[in-house]
Design a protein around this ligand. Structure first.
Ligand SMILES: [Zn+2]
Length: 206
C-alpha cells in the first residue's frame, strides 16, 4: 500500500501539476472518443499502450476482454453491457476497441479441468462467454503455443461479433458513425496487431 500512496504523491507533484489545465477542463465534463474493452490483466494498460490522456478513453476491463451478447438475462454479465450502452448511447463515442493480449490467463483457463475452476465459480461462469471460441479451437490440431495465441485472437473476433448483437451499436456501425476495431497486444514486444475484417487476420500496427 505504501507504494501506491507514494505514487499518489508523485502524481500530484509531477503529472497533475504539469497538466493542471486539462484536469480543470475535465472537471466540467467528459467527451471520450473511444470505448476501450480490454482484459483486467495488470500488464495490459490501455493508456500506456495508446498514450491516451485522461478524458480520451472510456474503459471497461474484465477477465478475457469479453463482450456479453446483447439481452443476456444473467445479472453478472450486465456490468460490461451497461458500460457499452452508456458509451454508445450517451457519450456517443466514435470508436470501440476490443483489445486482447498474449499470455492471457482468462483464455488459458478455458482449457482447465472443471475441478480447477471449482473455487472460482463466478470466474467459471464469466469464462463461459468464450466457450464457443474454445470449442472452435479444439477442432483444430494445434501445438500448445499455437492454441494459446489462436485462442486469444479468435476470442477478440468473437467479442467483436458479440458487440454487433447490440442494436444501437449495429445501427451506428452500419451508418458509418462508429468505428469498431479489434486489437491484439503482445506483452513481450509491445507490438499491437489490428484485425483486418476483409482478410480475417491481424496485422501489425506500425
Ligand atoms: Zn487477459
Amino acid at each position: 500500500m505504501k507504494t501506491l500512496k507514494d505514487g499518489i504523491i508523485k502524481f500530484q507533484q509531477n503529472y497533475f501539476s504539469e497538466h493542471k489545465e486539462i484536469f480543470s477542463e475535465l472537471a466540467k465534463t467528459q467527451k471520450p472518443h473511444t470505448l476501450y474493452i480490454g482484459c483486467s490483466d495488470s500488464r495490459v494498460v490501455p493508456n500506456i499502450i495508446t498514450k491516451a490522456m485522461p478524458g480520451e478513453l472510456f474503459v471497461v476491463r474484465n477477465i478475457g476482454n469479453m463482450v456479453p451478447p446483447y439481452g443476456s438475462d444473467k445479472y453478472q454479465f450486465r456490468c460490461t453491457s451497461s458500460i457499452i450502452e452508456y458509451a454508445v448511447k450517451v457519450l456517443e463515442v466514435d470508436n470501440i476497441v476490443v483489445c486482447g493480449h498474449s499470455n492471457c490467463g482468462g483464455c488459458k483457463a478455458l482449457y482447465y479441468d472443471k475441478d480447477k475452476l471449482a473455487k472460482t465459480p463466478l470466474v467459471k461462469e464469466w469464462l463461459s462467454l468464450a466457450d464457443e471460441v474454445r470449442d472452435r479451437i479444439l477442432k483444430k490440431n494445434l501445438s500448445y503455443e499455437e492454441r494459446e495465441f489462436q485462442t486469444e485472437q479468435l476470442n477478440v473476433v468473437k467479442q467483436l461479433e458479440n458487440l454487433l448483437t447490440y442494436p444501437f451499436v449495429k445501427e451506428r456501425f452500419e451508418k458509418g458513425e462508429l468505428n469498431i476495431v479489434g486489437w491484439y497486444y503482445v506483452i513481450e514486444t509491445g507490438d499491437v496487431f489490428d484485425y483486418d475484417f476483409d482478410e480475417g487476420e491481424f496485422r501489425l500496427i506500425s
